[in-house]
Design a protein around this ligand. Structure first.
Ligand code: TYM
Length: 342
């Protein structure tokens, strides 16, 4: 079976963008593929953070995966730092990653500009190398992510090819080694709708955990009245009717897409249904659709969070299974790179 991995950072709260761009798609994919989903806590320390909040956010994010429908009989769920191979492979890969590749990462440029020089640690620059390790360790075929991870995926692919070229294939065979490729070159799976959910307060910037205004996003755990209020106050326009794909109406396109995804209707159906609608009518429809979709997730979340032994078991089991796969790859890489093994 083809294998899939993906993860979310335990920073801030999981929002509708993370859900529609990534997590919701995992739920469908786990029926067809071998799936591993991790909480990337090692990534979460690349910007200033509160140590006390990290472990709480890590548990909470794991519980959200399960509440959204990640099924532990089909998928392994684990915490990135619990599988040591991630950090170890990252060191090996960082030695062969050209700094130029890292310097041109858009997310690095944006995050470092916002953080200011004093707060830019080396980890913010090497962040994509850790992400590549997360993926390559599992010989993954596909990685379901939102559109903002496209460039990181491209780097992951290039890095896999570079290691295969430098240490795999012919060169390695001549030294009496196993030969063949060391890493599988993975492909991103970016959904046709929901890949880029936009801010509620500005249809031109993406919904993000780091936006200082909580009004800009719907968090998966937002109570009903908060959702209602955010939709009531979100940015709209004053043109008649509602439509997809009009570049002058980014907010309209975004809200219709969200409505489409949380109701499970087709784009054509939504386009027809909302064509002659005014904002007031649509906002109350959207509010109800969001609440109906998120409420069951919130109920399950509370159940899961109330049984900490269960969550511990899930994470331990997930890490054990993941480490088996990851260690095999890591050993192979050490060997291919010429290390003396004990
Ligand atoms: P993170 O935590 O920023 O986001 C988690 C997932 O949510 C997607 N996403 C969005 N999708 C649609 N619209 C949005 N507004 C939106 N905002 C975020 C992201 O694309 C992502 O899929 N580097 C990754 C975490 C990571 C990872 C990995 C992912 C680390 N290692 C290995 C896959 C495989 C990140 O920062 O995601």
């Amino acid at each position: 079976r083809k294998r899939i991995v993906s993860g979310v950072q335990p920073t801030g709260s999981v929002h509708l963008g993370n859900y529609l761009g990534a997590i919701k798609n995992w739920i469908t994919l786990q029926n067809t593929y071998e799936t591993l989903f991790f909480i990337v806590d090692l990534h979460a320390i690349t910007l200033p953070y509160e140590p006390k909040q990290l472990s709480e956010a890590t548990r909470s994010t794991a519980a959200i995966y399960l509440a959204c429908g990640v099924d532990t009989s089909k998928s392994s769920v684990f915490v990135q730092s619990h599988v040591r191979a991630h950090a170890e492979l990252m060191w090996l890969l960082s030695a062969v990653t050209p700094i130029g590749w890292l310097n041109k990462m858009i997310q690095f440029k944006e995050k470092s500009r916002k953080a200011g020089d004093e707060n830019v640690g080396a980890g913010l620059l090497t962040y994509p190398v850790l992400m590549a390790s997360d993926i390559l360790l599992y010989q993954s075929d596909f990685v379901p992510v939102g559109a903002d991870q496209k460039q990181h995926m491209e780097l992951t692919r290039e890095l896999a090819e570079r290691v295969n070229y430098l240490y795999g294939g012919r060169k390695w065979k001549k030294m009496g080694g196993r030969g063949g490729s060391i890493f599988k070159v993975p492909e991103p799976l970016i959904p046709p709708a929901g890949a880029r959910v936009m801010s509620l307060t500005d249809g031109l910037s993406k919904m993000s955990k780091s936006d200082p205004s909580d009004q800009s996003r719907i968090n998966l755990l937002d109570p009903k009245d908060v959702i209602k209020n955010k939709i009531k106050r979100c940015k709209t326009d004053s043109l008649p009717g509602l439509e997809f794909d009009n570049p002058d109406r980014p907010e309209c396109n975004n809200l219709l897409s969200v409505y489409q995804l949380v109701t499970g209707k087709s784009k054509e159906e939504v386009a027809r249904e909302c064509h002659d609608m005014n904002w007031g009518t649509f906002k109350s429809l959207l509010t109800d659709a969001l609440i109906n979709h998120l409420h069951p997730i919130q109920v399950r979340y509370e159940e899961i969070m109330s049984d900490s032994a269960y969550l511990d078991d899930v994470l331990l089991d997930g890490a054990t299974k993941a480490a088996d796969i990851a260690d095999a790859t890591l050993n192979n890489v050490y060997q291919a790179m010429g290390f003396l093994r004990r």
